[in-house]
Design a protein around this ligand. Structure first.
Ligand SMILES: O=C(O)[C@H](O)COP(=O)(O)O
Ligand SMILES: [Mn+2]
Ligand SMILES: [Mn+2]
Length: 560
């Protein structure tokens, strides 16, 4: 198929299903299916709308896979996440995702032969190599074992001075696990030092407070990181990073996600690793959403989001290219998955008018991720993307309602306007509140989500439309770390270990609405169906056959 110019965008008419119905495509972020117990916030919450949809099983409600290989991740132990989930939902095919592509490039050694690595190598003789990114084995944005291989390989290929700028996790992994990850990294760096490489941690901070904001919700987060990483300035100074993380968890008693920024200083109190002219910088995260803002700050000559004070002349490389459309960054170690011919692009070419909406923290999920990591519309005359500003500077357990109501009302208005064939939203609460680990607040978030779904389904009822309600991965349905037999793991005080991360659970998908043709039901021959099967399903509901290379549709039409 090659370049976009050669693609035949025309979709065949579906032999049985009509066109021009309004289809609401509702993605509940972090809403998996799990056994009911007190740590299943969806079960605990009052969710009459979602409960009623479930009664449609097996013809109008079923489960689909949302983790591991079904969404292009390396193993079945990899939980799902928003990027891979929305990529699969929008693209209708399973692509080897960043995690996997980086694994392959490291295993074959190709990562050290590419243009990106050669570009940073130019600095090895006289400059420092800086590695910035999320330090954990969560596997959503980055992985510690990949960082370890990159460190070894960089040293082998001539890096003489290396500084690592860490971001602690506690969101894709258990809170408190940062100490162990920093210790492991310190061992790795000590081994490099034993081989004559001057390698150390230079700065750090918690991912949600330092650097890893997304969709331009709060540039202060990136600025805090910039000050520590580039300028070597931070409110906290330590001689070593293990001590930094341990102390900051005690005072000001921050959790891993929200550790304040710190820099590591030498015996004279001087920061050990600011970024200077002639240095090389790699952002080690493969996932784009929470690295793009820093990538812009590191790469763009013209930049007005905050005062950078200094803009060092560096050779900057991403682990991946984060945005193909913006070519950001220009240099990268591993080529990203080429997610082409997405359902959004096809539908636009076939006259389907689309409205997409979420609040800032999930806005890119139903636009950028949905469209194969591509920013912007395909055709502004056919599409309208609406972003509702998210609350800034709070953790979402204090405001678990988030903007669910506003998103639902925008969707309702778009549906009732009859201007659009597809109205697509992401409702963030189950996920964003689930990540805080606050069970009570997450229950509230689930209830609010259910209310929002009702608003959208009521509007669909009014216009004789169709709804598809699904999710991108699990989160709120399980808030407890469990042992192999599924029992919550208790600490010595009898408290559960709170699971802030996503899960390996499947997610529900429900179809319905007055516009759904009689005889449409879920097929029984796709028991292992996953999120990638949804795009063909939605194309059918718009009255089209899906392209042949798409994963098969989940529905069939039987004669009544
Ligand atoms: O970036 C995050 O918030 C988490 O690492 C993953 O959550 P998401 O995949 O739902 O965005
Ligand atoms: Mn998600
Ligand atoms: Mn999440």
């Amino acid at each position: 198929m090659g370049s976009a110019g050669e693609v035949n965008w025309k979709l065949a008419d579906h032999p049985k299903l009509p066109k021009d119905k309004v289809v609401a495509m509702v993605v509940l972020d972090g809403w998996g299916e799990a056994d009911p117990d007190q740590y299943n916030c969806i079960h605990v919450a009052d969710t009459p709308t979602m409960d009623s949809l479930k009664k449609g099983a097996p013809e109008k409600w079923r489960l689909v896979r949302a983790h591991g290989k079904a969404v292009g991740l390396p193993t079945e132990d990899d939980m799902g996440n928003s990027e891979v989930g929305h990529n699969a939902l929008g693209a209708g095919r399973i692509f080897a995702q960043g995690a996997k592509l980086v694994d392959l490039a490291l295993a074959s050694g190709k990562i050290f032969e590419g243009e990106g690595f050669n570009y940073i190598k130019e600095c090895f003789e006289t400059g420092t190599l800086h590695l910035i990114g999320l330090l954990s084995d969560g596997g959503v944005h980055s992985r510690l074992d990949q960082l370890q291989l990159l460190l070894k390989g960089a040293a082998k290929h001539g890096a003489r001075r290396i500084r690592v700028h860490i971001l602690t996790d506690g969101r894709d992994v258990l809170d408190g696990s940062s100490v162990g990850f920093v210790e492991t990294l310190e061992k790795e760096l000590a081994e490099l030092r034993a081989k004559g490489v001057d390698a150390q941690i230079a700065s750090g901070g918690g991912r949600m407070y330092v650097t890893m904001d997304r969709y331009e919700n709060d540039w202060n987060v990136v600025k805090r990181g910039w000050d520590a990483q580039v300028l070597g300035e931070a409110p906290y100074k330590f001689r070593n990073a293990v001590e930094a993380v341990k102390k900051l968890r005690e005072e000001p008693k921050a959790n891993d996600q929200y550790l304040p920024p710190f820099v590591i200083v030498d015996e004279n109190g001087k920061p050990v690793g600011p970024i200077n002219d002639g240095d090389a910088v790699v952002t080690i995260n493969y996932r784009a959403d929470r690295m793009v803002m820093l990538a812009k700050a590191l790469e763009y000559e013209d930049f007005d989001k905050f005062d950078r004070v200094r803009f060092p002349k560096i050779n900057y490389t991403g682990m991946l290219q984060y945005d193909g459309e913006l070519k950001l960054p220009n240099h990268y170690l591993v080529s990203p998955p080429e997610i082409d011919r997405t359902s959004g692009e096809y539908l636009v070419h076939n006259g389907v008018r689309t409205f997409a909406c979420s609040e800032t923290v999930k806005f890119g999920h139903v636009t950028f991720f949905w469209n194969g990591n591509r920013s912007g519309c395909f055709n502004p005359e056919m599409e309208e993307y609406v972003e509702i500003p998210s609350d800034v500077g709070i953790t979402f357990n204090v405001q678990p309602e988030m903007k669910a109501k506003e998103i639902a009302e925008k969707a309702r208005d778009a549906i009732l306007s009859r201007k659009f064939h597809q109205v697509r939203v992401n409702l963030p609460n189950g996920d964003m509140v689930g990540h805080t680990g606050d069970i009570h607040a997450t229950v509230v978030g689930c209830k609010v989500t259910d209310d929002a779904v009702k608003v959208i389904l009521d509007a669909i009822e009014q216009v004789g439309g169709i709804y598809v309600v699904t999710a991108d991965h699990g989160n709120a349905e399980d808030m407890a770390k469990r042992n192999k037999s599924g029992q919550p793991i208790l600490d010595k005080n009898g408290n559960i270990q709170v699971l802030t991360s996503h899960t390996l659970q499947p997610v529900p998908i429900a179809i319905g609405g007055p516009g759904l043709a009689p005889g449409v039901r879920f097929r029984k021959d796709l028991p292992n169906g996953g999120l990638a099967n949804v795009a063909a399903t939605v194309m059918n509901l718009h009255g089209f056959e899906a392209p042949g290379e798409y994963e098969p549709t989940l529905i069939e039409v039987v004669d009544n």
